[in-house]
Design a protein around this ligand. Structure first.
Ligand SMILES: [Zn+2]
Ligand SMILES: [Zn+2]
Length: 195
């Protein structure tokens, strides 16, 4: 009976997004976790677009014509990321090694601000894993935060993060409402070993 069931092929639920993979019965969840075309939601406010991470990148590229100039970066290089706390979220693009979208978010709470970054893509080998580094300087104080493995999301959450964030206490915030962060995103060392 078991082998009869195993011979039944189940199509991937992402077939409408272009996945042609069939899994044997009972193993479909294993594939779903690795599916490269798992649908990702556009991080732009009021946009309902859903597509594979590659299509999402192209969609973003085509639709965000009025983007600010510093929204792209190269993997492994640190860059300045001025962010207005009230903006809550900015989208940045990795353009060289891989074409991927990342969301940098800040969450203002009474005693400080949480800052986090996530990669908008499924958790697959093709996408790989990333680590990141934040630093924040104000009045001669420098704070830094290192994450060895960045969060991977199919949809950017508006919930305050429970882990994987830098916390900037209220007393270190500037009066003008801006965060001057330096960010560096790179391919995680664990992933390089697998490549
Ligand atoms: Zn699939
Ligand atoms: Zn969109």
């Amino acid at each position: 009976m078991q082998s009869v069931l195993e011979s039944i092929l189940v199509p991937c639920p992402n077939v409408t997004f272009g996945c042609t993979k069939n899994s044997s019965y009972g193993k479909e969840l294993t594939h779903e976790k690795e599916c490269n075309v798992a649908p990702c939601s556009c991080p732009v406010e009021d946009c309902d677009y859903i597509g594979s991470y590659k299509d999402l990148y192209d969609h973003y590229d085509l639709t965000q014509l009025k983007r600010f100039t510093l929204d792209y970066f190269s993997c492994g290089n640190s860059f300045n990321l001025p962010m207005k706390i009230s903006d809550k979220k900015i989208v940045i693009r990795m353009e060289d090694t891989k074409r991927l979208l990342f969301a940098v978010q800040c969450f203002k709470e009474p005693c400080g601000v949480y800052v986090t970054v996530s990669c908008i893509a499924p958790f697959t080998r093709e996408v790989g894993a990333f680590s990141y580094y934040f630093s924040y300087a104000v009045d001669g104080n420098v704070m830094s935060y290192v994450s060895t493995e960045m969060k991977r999301v199919l949809e950017v959450s508006s919930q305050v993060p429970k882990k994987n964030f830098m916390w900037i206490p209220h007393c270190l915030l500037r009066d003008d409402g801006w965060l001057n962060i330096v960010l560096c995103i790179k391919i995680s060392e664990n992933d390089q070993q697998n490549m």
